[in-house]
Design a protein. Structure first.
Length: 278
C-alpha cells in the first residue's frame, strides 16, 4: 500500500492542503460578491441571468452570491413585471440592493452633517448650534424619560439610561465606583458609552457632547461630569454619576470630581471591560 506522500508525488508534486487554499478562495469569493453588489447598485434591479452575462460567470455562481446578499439583508428580490405570455416555471426574480447593501459602498453622512452645522454656525451663530444640539439630544432621550425618572436614585436611573442609549446604538453600560470625597461605603456610577454614532461630528462641534451631558444631569436628577469622550480619542464616552439622591438637594451633596480625580477614575474606562455593569 502506497503512502499518501507517494500518491501525491504521482500527481506531480505534493498537493496543497485545503486549509492553505481557503484564504485565497475566500478573497476571490469576496471580490466576486462585491462585483455582484456593485452591478446591482449601478444597474439594478437585475435578474441573476443578466448579472451572470455581464460578469462572465455562471448563473449558478451568481445565484449563490445573490442568496448570500439576501441572507445578509444587503439585497432583496422582487418578481419581475409580466410582459406578454409567460411559460411554465418559476416567475423570474429581479434583485436590488437594500439600504444596508448600499452601505458597503460608503456614505458621506458625517461630512454632510459637519458641512450643515458649519453653515449653521456661520449664518446663525454659535447659539444656533447650541440650540440644535439641545434639540437633538432631547429627541434622543425624550422617549425614555418616564422609564428613567421613575427610579428613585441616580444609580438606578443611570442603569435605565444606559439601556435606553443601547437601544439607540450607543452600546452603553454602567459600573459602580467610589465617589471622591465621600465615605468609603459611598459609591457612584460610571455611565459608559462604548460607541458614538456622531463622534466624527462631535470632534468638531463639542456642543453635541455638552448638550448630552446637560440632558443626562437633568434626567438623572443630579450633577454629572463627563470624564472622557470618543470624539476626543478616548476609548469610551464616560460620565461620572455621584451616589446622590435625585433632586436639587442631591446636586449639592457632593462637588464634581476634580480634574485629578477624574483622570484617575478614567483609567478604568479605557479598558475593554471598563463599562461592564457591576
Amino acid at each position: 500500500m502506497k503512502k499518501q506522500g507517494e500518491l501525491d508525488q504521482q500527481d506531480g508534486g505534493v498537493r496543497p492542503s485545503p486549509v492553505s487554499e481557503h484564504p485565497a478562495h475566500g478573497a476571490v469569493e469576496g471580490r466576486t460578491r462585491n462585483e455582484v453588489a456593485r452591478l446591482l447598485l449601478e444597474q439594478g434591479p437585475l435578474s441573476a441571468a443578466a448579472v451572470a452575462e455581464q460578469l462572465g460567470i455562471s448563473a449558478t455562481a451568481v445565484r449563490r452570491h445573490l442568496d448570500a446578499l439576501v441572507a445578509d439583508d444587503e439585497a432583496q428580490a422582487r418578481q419581475a413585471p409580466r410582459r406578454g405570455r409567460r411559460g411554465r416555471g418559476r416567475p423570474a426574480k429581479l434583485f436590488l440592493l437594500t439600504e444596508q447593501g448600499r452601505a458597503r459602498f460608503g456614505h458621506a453622512y458625517d461630512d454632510l452633517a459637519v458641512s450643515a452645522i458649519r453653515f449653521l454656525a456661520e449664518h446663525a451663530g454659535e447659539q444656533a448650534v447650541k440650540a440644535f444640539a439641545e434639540r437633538r439630544v432631547s429627541a434622543l432621550v425624550g422617549p425614555y424619560r418616564e422609564a428613567v425618572t421613575r427610579h428613585a436614585d441616580a444609580e438606578s436611573r443611570a442603569e435605565a439610561l444606559a439601556g435606553a442609549l443601547t437601544r439607540e446604538g450607543y452600546a452603553a453600560s454602567t459600573r459602580k465606583v467610589a465617589t471622591p470625597g465621600s465615605a468609603a461605603a459611598t459609591h457612584g456610577a460610571q455611565l459608559c458609552q462604548h460607541h458614538c454614532p456622531v463622534a466624527h461630528v462631535a470632534a468638531e462641534f463639542p456642543q453635541l457632547c455638552e448638550a448630552e451631558t446637560e440632558a443626562f444631569a437633568e434626567l438623572l436628577g443630579t450633577h454629572v461630569q463627563r470624564l472622557a469622550t470618543i470624539a476626543r480619542g478616548d476609548a469610551a464616552c464616560t460620565t461620572h454619576v455621584p451616589a446622590d439622591p435625585v433632586g436639587s438637594e442631591g446636586r449639592r451633596r457632593h462637588p464634581p470630581p476634580s480634574a485629578e480625580e477624574a483622570e484617575h477614575q478614567d483609567i478604568d474606562s479605557a479598558t475593554p471591560n471598563g463599562g461592564t455593569t457591576a
